[in-house]
Write a protein that binds this ligand. Structure first.
Ligand code: PGA
Length: 251
């Protein structure tokens, strides 16, 4: 059984004080969740959130992580730094990182590999543009992204990480993939993992959907066999909405 995982990607929102206030509001609302509840604040908010979630069932994630332990990499953050603050997950290869900050399949692979061997659980993001969706080559495209991101991993490692399928055209647009589209593409990802790492690994690997998931559409998406949770942007900034999504994922 794959346990549902709901992760809030706060992106570049909230100051440390605002972040603390949001998790304090969220904690009682998700305390009975039967899914994993993760928040991924901006790096500068991590310390405040780490303290505020003590004793709750909320877990902490980062929005990125570097592939070296330390060194001359201005602006980057290492796994060791994150682990010291109690961070468990790290988003890697979000489409905004790929689009605006030059992240490539290769750097995604490096970041994910180092995160995993350091003891973090990477949430590896893949997803197609509208152009690719309309050309009908989505499955092919995301399968290639997955193979590149997981290059050099063992099956055991793959089943311990999380994948997020996030169609770029659905992110922050209010336009969600239909539950069928999301499920079909996630199935294609699972089949690719099966081909490379074997059926059992594919069956055990959690794959989330992300892209305008909200309190209203979560139940339809979460009802699909292959969707193991969500990576939530906008709706994760509202405690009530995020808690509703966690409740839906707990069923
Ligand atoms: P959204 O963002 O829910 O605001 O579409 C999802 C994401 O980018 O992870």
């Amino acid at each position: 059984m794959r346990k549902h995982i709901i992760a809030g990607n706060w992106k570049m929102n909230l100051t440390p004080n605002e972040a603390k206030a949001l998790v304090e509001e969220l904690a009682p609302k998700v305390q009975n969740s039967n899914c994993e509840v993760v928040v991924c604040p901006p790096a500068i908010d991590i310390q405040a959130v780490s303290e505020a979630i003590k004793g709750t069932n909320i877990q902490l994630g980062a929005q990125n992580v570097h592939w070296k332990e330390n060194g001359a990499f201005t602006g980057e953050i290492s796994a060791k730094m994150l682990l010291e603050l109690g961070v468990k997950y790290a988003i890697v290869g979000h489409s905004e990182r790929r689009q605006y900050f030059g992240e490539t399949d290769e750097t995604v692979n490096q970041r994910a590999k180092y995160a995993l061997t350091s003891g973090l659980i990477p949430i590896i993001c893949v997803g197609e543009s509208l152009e690719i969706r309309e050309a009908g080559t989505t499955n092919d495209f995301v399968s290639k992204q997955i193979v590149a991101a997981l290059n050099g991993f063992s099956g055991q490692q793959v089943q311990s990480l999380v994948i997020a399928y996030e169609p770029i055209w659905a992110i922050g647009t209010g336009k969600t993939a239909t539950s069928q589209e999301a499920n079909d593409t996630i199935l294609a990802i699972r089949n690719t993992i099966a081909k490379v790492f074997g059926k059992e690994t594919a069956q055990n690997t959690r794959i989330q959907y992300g892209g305008s998931m909200n309190a209203k559409n979560a139940s339809e998406l979460m009802a699909m066999e292959n969707i193991d949770g969500g990576l939530i942007g906008g709706a994760s900034l509202k405690a009530e909405d995020f808690a509703t999504i966690c409740a839906v994922a707990s069923k």
